[in-house]
Ligand binder design. Structure first.
Ligand code: OSB
Ligand code: MG
Length: 366
């Protein structure tokens, strides 16, 4: 399948509410979309890099730059998604940029072949449970209101963002108000060090599903030490950028759960490899999120339908993020999102909305 050209499109999407984590506050999602054009079909990919290099080293201007300078020019003239991965391997890092390019090529190929991404990846379910990631708030009452609203909407699992100074109290308050049975977990985004182990052990009494990425990205060994000092299962997010990292984390005992984000690991194919590896080792996985629009969300929901995704993901409905999504909105039905069944990712951007939120476009002829 020959690729005629690729459009880089930047869009600005206001979030319905500021999203605060231990690394910063987002009020607007500045997203890079890729549209791969072939004679038979077009494919879409959403780059999940954020505005600044705070979650990881990647950032959206950097992703656009490496795509136009190095990654797109390296594509073979007739590419399938596996060939994209091979062609991009010599370039270090930039996994979110690579993931977006691979996703767009894969979408175009699958649309041309009339196959859904879910079926291509090996999905085993037609719907996935919806969890929600709740940012750091200004006060406990504000947090309890937010959580109450999400539970009313039907969310099946709550994740609280934590940081030093906002950890035991919010967790205790949510447990006291909503009871011990609400599936609850926390995400520190690397805000602690191993010297905080006694403090983190105080979370043990709250019966959390897991604690996500308590320590620094490159602290695999220290996560293994922490795992022996707390009973809450450790889940890694930032630390896992490849199947090799996942294998190392599993054999070190650094985690018993992995959050799989296709962007962070370089694409849906690598995400599936990590899923397969974890499944073989009895390590639970769930699908993370990066505040995606409907484009990225559709693909994530397809991935989350694989059989090893045994925990609810950060797969929320569109309105948790955006008043108007780029695509037909994802909506909760009985606490679940429906896996798209159309060809490729199964959704399309709505042209008028896309135009409204677009801040720039760039066409690269291949
Ligand atoms: O650590 O999982 C994270 C959002 C942006 C960057 C990192 C993270 C998150 C989330 C939100 O937790 C997940 C979502 O709902 O998309
Ligand atoms: Mg996380």
């Amino acid at each position: 399948m020959k690729i005629t050209g690729i459009e880089l499109r930047r869009i600005a999407m206001p979030l319905v509410a500021p999203f605060r984590t231990s690394f910063g506050t987002e009020t607007r999602r500045d997203v890079l979309l890729l549209r791969v054009v072939t004679p038979d079909a077009e494919g879409w990919g959403e780059c999940v890099a954020m505005s600044g290099p705070l979650y990881s080293a990647e950032y959206v201007d950097g992703a656009a730059d490496v795509l136009r300078r190095f990654l797109i020019p390296a594509l073979p003239p007739s590419a399938d998604a596996y060939a994209v991965g091979r062609a991009l391997r010599p370039f270090k890092g930039h996994r979110m940029a690579k993931a977006a390019l691979e996703a767009a090529v894969l979408d175009a190929r699958l649309r041309a072949a009339d196959q859904s991404l879910a079926s291509f990846l090996g999905a085993a379910a037609d719907r996935v449970p919806a969890g929600v990631s709740v940012g750091i708030m200004n006060s406990i009452p504000e947090l309890l209101d937010a959580v109450a609203g999400y539970l009313e909407e039907g969310y099946i699992r709550i994740k609280l963002k934590i940081e030093p100074g906002w950890d035991l109290e919010p967790v205790r308050a949510v447990r006291e108000r909503f009871g011990p049975d609400v599936p609850l977990q926390v995400d520190a985004n690397a805000a602690y060090t191993l010297t905080d182990a006694p403090h983190l052990a105080r979370l043990d009494e709250f019966g959390l599903l897991l604690i996500e990425q308590p320590l620094a990205d490159d602290d695999m060994v220290q996560h293994a030490r922490l795992a022996r000092r707390i009973t809450t299962p450790i889940c890694l997010d930032e630390s896992i950028e490849s199947a090799e990292h996942a294998a190392a984390a599993i054999s070190l005992g650094a985690c018993s759960v992995i959050n799989i984000k296709p962007g962070r690991v370089g694409g849906y194919l690598e995400a599936r490899r990590i899923h397969d590896l974890c499944r073989a080792h009895g390590v639970a996985v769930w699908c993370g999120g990066m505040l995606e629009t409907g484009i990225g969300r559709a693909a994530n929901v397809a991935l989350a339908a694989l059989p090893g995704f045994t925990l609810p993901g950060d797969t929320s409905g569109s309105r948790r993020y955006y008043a108007t999504d780029l695509t037909a909105p994802f909506e909760l039905r009985d606490g679940h999102l429906t896996v798209p069944t159309g060809p490729g990712i199964g959704v399309d951007p709505l042209p008028e909305i896309l135009d409204e939120v677009t801040t720039s476009t760039e066409w690269i002829t291949l």
